[in-house]
Design a binder for this molecule. Structure first.
Ligand code: F6P
Length: 330
């Protein structure tokens, strides 16, 4: 089985970027080790703090964030990093060619129940003009040079794209190396599976409720087929399932918080996952536009996300745009 670095060289990935992914896989092994030690490592449970998003921080969130920051910033190719857990960006090397945005531990409410979590990353080019600070990162997802995630599940997997398909590596715990286990993931265009937090039903737009109602109506409704639902509550794990066997994943607009109607973050979740999904033949949309085309205005910006099997995402978009008749009054 192929190792990571030879696969990247075979794919003609530039050496600087190879160095960045090499650093990321070192971080992944460190985080994976601590997660697999679980209670034995004394890192489960919450801290007394909240992160920049107002969420309670888990000890492992803080640890993973610190590990990624410390190890990435030692790499001279990295100009700056942005983390979901940090208010501002953290400067690295002024001559570095790359910026790395990351969510250190996505789905961290799963940590205490020994369920799946992951690290999501997005690598952007460092602008060569006089931009500084947060402005460096305000680039659309189409600029990404590399994007992916590490899934800490029964096995630890590194999944990423450099724009040439989606590669999957599995950590061989015996030798401590990531080995290529899937060359080119492809999402089937049709699916019978969807992922959404159903408890938010009453907060969605009527069009989204109508779409979900028709999925739930199964073969007796207008879709004429039965759908199954899955929700792991960790985007990284739900998107991994979509990449492996298809499906639709959404965290849509939500009217609970008028000033903050979306949950998922563009830079740390939306953009990297959107690029992976598109590279695997799927569609990734906010409901209003292609995620990768968004011109960010803030590094912690939140967006609506609908992604996965192309035909199903397009059907959902037809409901949202009002061109699909629904069984429910909208
Ligand atoms: O953004 C954090 C996150 O944990 C995602 O990974 C996940 O998809 C979502 O929030 C879970 O949300 P909820 O708590 O509504 O199930």
């Amino acid at each position: 089985m192929q190792r990571l670095i030879p696969t990247l060289r075979r794919d003609h990935v530039e050496e600087g970027l190879i160095s960045v992914i090499n650093t990321l896989q070192i971080c992944a092994k460190e985080i994976s080790f601590r997660l697999h030690q679980g209670e034995l490592a004394g890192v489960l449970g919450s801290t007394l703090d909240e992160n920049i998003q107002g969420e309670t921080q888990k000890k492992l969130d803080v640890l993973a964030n610190q590990l990624l920051k410390d190890i990435l910033l030692e790499n001279s190719h990295i100009r700056a990093v942005a983390s979901e857990e940090e208010e501002g960006i953290v400067d690295g090397h002024t001559t570095g060619d790359y910026l790395v945005a990351f969510d250190p531990l996505d789905g961290s409410s799963n940590i205490d129940i020994n369920s799946m979590v992951g690290t999501i990353f997005s690598v952007l080019p460092a602008p060569k003009d006089d931009r500084q600070g947060v402005d460096l990162f305000l680039q659309p997802g189409t600029n990404q040079l590399m994007a992916g995630y590490v899934l800490y599940g029964p096995s630890t997997m590194l999944v990423f794209t450099t724009g040439n398909g989606v590669r999957v590596f599995t950590l061989d715990q015996k030798v401590g190396e990531f080995l290529l286990t899937d060359e080119d993931l492809e999402i089937p265009a049709d699916t019978c599976e969807f992922a959404i937090n159903m408890s938010n039903y009453r907060h969605w737009q009527p069009q989204m409720r109508a779409y979900i109602d028709d999925l739930l109506a199964g073969d007796t409704g207008p879709r004429c087929k039965n759908f199954n639902m899955r929700w792991i509550a960790a985007m990284v794990a739900d998107v991994h399932r979509v990449l492996c066997r298809g499906g639709l994943f959404t965290y849509p607009w939500d009217c609970r918080m008028p000033n903050k109607p979306y949950k998922l973050r563009l830079m740390y979740e939306g953009n990297p996952m959107a690029w992976l999904v598109e590279q695997a033949g799927g569609v990734a949309h906010t409901g209003e536009q292609r995620i990768l085309d968004i011109e960010p205005t803030d590094i912690h910006q939140r967006i609506g996300v609908i992604l996965g099997s192309a035909n199903e995402v397009n059907t959902c978009l037809e409901y949202l745009q009002g061109s699909q008749s629904a069984t429910t009054d909208v």
